[in-house]
Design a protein around this ligand. Structure first.
Ligand SMILES: O=C(O)CCC(=O)C(=O)O
Ligand SMILES: [Fe+2]
Length: 337
């Protein structure tokens, strides 16, 4: 493979589709090297790829889908009992429609979400993971209905975290690093998951009110389940065209976030995307935002810095960076209408 810097120099970013990568076979070093090569190309040129062969059982996905549908159908006042700005810590809990505004040019995001971080299904005493959350510390809060919400949520969560761990190894290889490079940086990985409901938007939809405004994600990478059959997610290419990330049954979408863009001095592309549900029916999605431990400083790696490509970012810890971005999103005043 050519060096990372040389690969980035040939980039034009004018993709018109999003690659699909099958991660089912990772048992031999050769298989992992081949996958890393595909992931590297996708991360540099598109910043997005679908994965098949992720191994999360369909039953686990179906169970999560059914409890999240039931949860979001509850009356607003029931859901607001867990409003994250009142009861949660570090943004965990329920967020109603228009609570966040991810794109400063917009007036608010037309979706509601429920967010939780790491927690064992069977609580452990002295859970080290919990104690090490630093800037993002704080326990999850759980709704009392529907029954089985927490279990279904955490079952999917842990399966998706397993996929995230595998991807970190493949990303390390994709960056010409030993595959264990991130292991000591991901002992208590940031892993925040949201279940999201996009009510249908119909009629003339103002650009100011989209499901989720144009943004790039904050952590290292995101693993997104999106509801099959409903087109909503779009990714911006370098020609400023919005490319549909059409749901492909059986896949998850993986996209590079701003922390991995920082690690790689923008050689991996943390691409801008947005989603609006114009399907006429409800849409659900489940992003898991995955990153390093919160105390880990993020700064461009030596292999991504050269005289012609000087470092673009000052070091900042993962937790401080995430707090800053989440505050901006949830406490941004809407522009005057
Ligand atoms: O719902 C989607 O398809 C995308 C969600 C997203 O981009 C996000 O939550 O960061
Ligand atoms: Fe996103």
């Amino acid at each position: 493979m050519s060096t990372l810097i040389a690969s980035a120099a040939t980039l034009d970013g004018a993709f018109d589709s999003i690659p699909v990568i099958d991660i089912a076979n990772t048992s031999t070093p050769e298989q992992r090297a081949a996958l890393a090569h595909e992931i590297r190309n996708a991360s540099i040129n598109v910043g997005f790829f679908y994965i098949t062969g992720h191994g999360i059982p369909q039953g686990t996905i179906n169970s999560l889908f059914s409890v999240m549908e039931a949860y979001f159908s509850l009356p607003l006042e029931t859901k607001m009992k867990l409003y994250h700005k009142e009861v949660g810590s570090s943004f965990k809990g329920y967020a109603p429609a228009l609570d966040s505004n991810i794109d400063p040019a917009n007036s608010g995001d037309c979706h509601e979400g429920f967010e939780a971080g790491w927690e064992e299904l069977i609580p452990k005493e002295n859970d080290k993971k919990r104690a090490n959350d630093g800037a993002m510390a704080g326990a999850n809060v759980w709704p009392s209905e529907p029954a089985g919400f927490r279990e279904a949520y955490l079952n999917y969560y842990h399966a998706a975290v397993g996929v995230g761990r595998l991807l970190f190894r493949l990303f390390a290889l994709a960056l010409d690093l030993p595959e264990t490079y991130f292991d000591d940086k991901t002992k208590n990985s940031a892993a925040i998951m949201r279940t999201v409901h996009y009510p249908p938007q119909s009629g003339l939809v103002s650009d100011g009110y989209v499901g989720i405004g144009a943004h790039s994600d904050f952590e290292c990478f995101t693993i997104l389940w999106q509801q099959p059959g409903i087109q909503a997610l779009q990714v911006l290419n370098s020609k400023k065209q919005w490319i549909d990330a059409t749901p492909i049954p059986g896949t998850l979408v993986v996209n590079i976030g701003d922390q991995l863009a920082r690690w790689t001095n923008d050689i991996f592309s943390s691409n801008v995307h947005r989603a609006t549900n114009r399907s006429g029916v409800d849409r659900y999605s489940v992003p898991l935002f995955f990153g390093t431990d919160y105390h880990v400083p993020i700064e461009p790696m030596p292999s991504c810095v050269s005289a012609n490509r000087p470092s673009r970012y000052e070091p900042i810890t993962a937790g401080d960076y995430l707090q800053m971005r989440l505050r901006e999103m949830y406490y941004r005043p809407a522009p005057p209408s």
